[in-house]
Design a protein around this ligand. Structure first.
Ligand code: GLA
Length: 382
């Protein structure tokens, strides 16, 4: 995927290469999973893989879109009832609608896009797609929407057109990413801070299980409902609790008999996870990577046993990381498949990757994909 290929593909399809090209990345998240929609902290960074799109305004009332990687086309109008059938086109349509709702005078355009964020691997290919178009349409149609509102337009696209009640982390990371920096976002106040991330002597690597969970979006929405159910019960006693972010483990304990055992476990994980993000930031500032790694393992345990968004293959890779003396390892993103993120000492790296490939292959008949993490810039025009 590069600017030239995208322009060529556009020209072949629409007979023109006088286009604007935009790109926006996927993301990793060091720690703070399923905390965003609970008003907690997340700690993501943008990566060097993303979506790239060529766009040309046409002055017509419709959009023609070409998904280069799938060799599929869609055509749709800009009214609510014009929602296209293809799931990839719903993201672009959703962004058009959400930008219109935010006062941008979106008109017709032709577009072709491609990407290199692995799909369904927990690196937010959909947020990369949304952010690319939100950023581009705002610029091309002279919108006055700020970057946080662009992120919210992406999130609203997921909610209103794609059926996933996601938080703000992925779109935030895709739009605000900065080379060499992780970002700690407080999802309640939307305050954020850049943290230069250059752990000397360590590497950050993703291992993709290649498991794509079919029911991920409905299970995701169910987790969110559990959190909201616990908040609703707590509010009777503690009206100040608007999100699980505002709750403590003691408060949770007090309502134990009024919530289901399942919802209790979910909330326990979230409250602990929010605290872990702060602990990791503190450790990072001291260069204490052992603590960072230990917290990552704790997150994996919580996501597997309490939040129950892991799967056999992810647990397998996590166990393997321990035996290979990997400093920290955990399932990354929404879960139910996708990648583990691993903080590995340089001297353990080769043996870890070799062992993971061998053992995973013996167990599941395929090798996990390996992605080196390169922390990169957010949405931009090329
Ligand atoms: C998905 C969602 C995010 C976030 C993560 C889990 O990536 O899109 O909003 O909730 O899962 O941390």
């Amino acid at each position: 995927m590069n600017e030239k290929n995208i322009k060529n593909a556009f020209a072949e399809k629409y007979g023109d290469d006088n286009v604007s090209v935009y790109t926006s990345p996927g993301r990793i998240n060091l720690i703070g999973e399923h905390t965003d929609y609970n008003g907690g902290f997340v700690f993501p960074g943008a990566i060097d893989k993303g979506i790239m799109a060529a766009i040309k305004l046409t002055g017509a009332g419709k959009v023609r879109a070409y998904a280069i990687d799938l060799n599929e086309q869609a055509e749709f109008g800009l009214q609510e009832e014009d929602i296209p059938a293809q799931s990839w086109a719903k993201y672009i349509f959703g962004i058009c609608r959400e930008m219109i709702k935010r006062g941008v005078k979106v008109g017709g355009f032709d577009t072709a896009f491609a990407g290199n964020v692995p799909l369904g691997a927990g690196m937010s290919s959909s947020a990369a797609l949304e952010s690319t178009y939100a950023f581009a349409l705002n610029e091309l149609f002279d919108g006055k929407v700020d970057k946080f509102e662009l992120a919210k337009a992406g999130q609203a696209t997921e909610h209103n057109y794609c059926g996933v009640k996601c938080g703000i982390m992925d779109q935030f990371a895709s739009l605000f990413g900065k080379e060499g920096n992780l970002m700690r976002l407080d999802c309640r106040s939307l305050e954020y801070q850049y943290f230069p991330f250059n752990p000397k002597g360590y590497r950050l690597v993703l291992l993709d299980t290649l498991v794509k969970h079919e029911l991920a979006s409905s299970a995701y929405n169910k987790r969110r409902q559990s959190c909201e159910a616990v908040v609703a019960v707590m509010q009777e006693k503690y009206p100040q609790v608007k999100f699980l972010r505002d709750a403590t483990l003691e408060m949770l304990h007090e309502v134990q008999n009024e919530v289901s055992a399942e919802d209790y476990k979910r909330a326990e994980y979230v409250i602990e996870e929010i605290a872990r993000v702060l602990a990791v930031c503190e450790a990072l500032e001291k260069g204490d990577y052992e603590t960072v790694g230990q917290k990552m393992y704790e997150t994996h345990h919580g996501m597997s046993k309490l939040y129950e968004v892991s799967c056999e293959e992810l647990d397998f890779l996590n166990d393997l990381a321990k035996t290979c003396h990997v400093t920290g390892s955990r399932v990354m993103g929404g879960g139910f498949g996708g990648c583990t993120i691993n903080l590995v000492k340089d001297e353990c790296y080769d043996a870890f990757i070799r062992t993971a490939k061998e053992k995973y292959h013996t167990q599941y008949g395929k090798e996990p994909k390996v992605y080196e993490v390169v922390i990169s810039n957010g949405a931009r025009r090329l």
